[in-house]
Design a protein around this ligand. Structure first.
Ligand code: FE
Length: 131
């Protein structure tokens, strides 16, 4: 039987438009506010239409040596062009970019996952050093 973890796809974000790109500092000081922006389609734009769009992004931090990750935030992208007149008629489209901030005393790995309404779950990660 397949498990949910097996459904997460990954690839090089430079060649695969679904992978969330994590912009974050490589190194921070203990307790310093860390600003992260996770974007889908940074290098290769992802479609943003009623019938095909990114629905949400979640960001997690896994401190080095700990068993469980911590969810930093979940951002829903809610406007995809639909209006009372039908699909792709509103001219309003949420751009799939998620900005969050957090602080930590430990180094670890930042994970981002995204959900495309027709291409499923995608993940990206980035190491964070703390000095
Ligand atoms: Fe897609």
């Amino acid at each position: 039987m397949s498990e949910l973890k097996d459904l997460f796809q990954s690839a090089d974000w430079k060649t695969e438009k679904h992978v969330p790109v994590i912009d974050a500092p490589d190194t921070v000081k203990k307790g310093e506010l860390i600003r992260i922006v996770a974007t889908v389609g940074k290098e290769i734009p992802h479609p943003n239409k009623t019938e095909h769009h990114i629905s949400w992004v979640e960001i997690y931090f896994q401190p080095q040596g700990e068993k469980f990750p911590y969810q930093i935030g979940r951002i829903e992208f809610s406007a995809h062009g639909a209006s009372a007149n039908g699909v792709d008629t509103s001219t309003v489209y949420t751009h799939p970019e998620a900005a969050v901030s957090f602080k930590t005393d430990k180094p670890g790995v930042i994970f981002a996952c995204s959900y495309c309404n027709i291409h499923g779950l995608w993940q990206g990660s980035r190491a964070l050093k703390v000095e």
